[in-house]
Unconditional design. Sequence first.
Length: 65
Amino acid sequence: MQIYSGNFLNGAFTGLTGRTYRQGDAFTLETQHYPDSPNQPSFPSTVLRPGQVYATKTTYGFGVA
């Protein structure tokens, strides 16, 4: 999982609702394959052939430990 933060935001970007986004106002969690998947036959394939359909579902759960 990759985590992207909004630390680069400097107040210059305005969203669709007119709100100005500031540093630290956002983060994204992005799932992905292993970076070396194309070179490792034992890893899940990242190749999508013509006619194949790509579908994925990611569920995040947050709770109290």
